[in-house]
Design a protein around this ligand. Structure first.
Ligand code: OFO
Length: 168
């Protein structure tokens, strides 16, 4: 059984993961609108990852005998100043999610629920990867000044990213 406190915290995090999906889809749509198809693909795949994160937690709450309550999603930002600006927004969002996952872990520790702690560990590790991958792309964008042939090359490179769900 899940404590009420943990169930609420998990439901809040499910909402944030679905918002991440929505936010990255909005970024993908913006990138499509400026013909940056590889970057758009990167965020399309990112949105699929976020859907996976949300559903993994959704299923876990049910496995624990809890109740999932879906809430409304905020309207995501639709316009960005540049590809670099967009990635900086994405990284800032991931840092916010990392803090949220850490807070969720704090609740699991306080409630002394070992199965939730073990489950949340996966998200703790995932956040390291999420932030690292975006930081790497931001560094490359800065190196090429966010423009020209370098931008097109990076766009081309990110066009090959695919979604590979982990084996359960
Ligand atoms: Fe779900 O990791 Fe990004 O937000």
């Amino acid at each position: 059984m899940l404590s009420k406190k943990l169930q609420n915290a998990l439901n809040d995090q499910i909402n944030k993961e679905f918002f991440s999906e929505y936010f990255y889809l909005s970024m993908s749509a913006y990138l499509e609108s400026i013909e940056m198809e590889g970057f758009a693909n990167y965020f399309n795949v990112q949105a699929q990852e976020e859907h996976f994160h949300a559903m993994k937690m959704f299923n876990f709450v049910h496995d624990k005998g809890g109740r999932v309550i879906l809430k409304s999603l905020p309207e995501p930002k639709a316009d960005f100043k540049s590809v670099l600006n967009l990635f900086e927004d994405a990284l800032e969002h991931e840092r916010y999610i990392t803090k949220s996952i850490n807070d969720l872990m704090d609740v699991a520790i306080k409630e002394n629920d070992h199965s939730v702690k073990s489950f949340i560990e996966w998200y703790v590790d995932e956040q390291v990867e999420e932030e690292a991958s975006m930081t790497k792309i931001i560094s490359k964008l800065k190196l090429i000044n966010g423009e020209g042939l370098g931008l097109l090359t990076l766009d081309n490179e990110l066009g090959s990213r695919t979604f590979t769900p982990e084996a359960e």
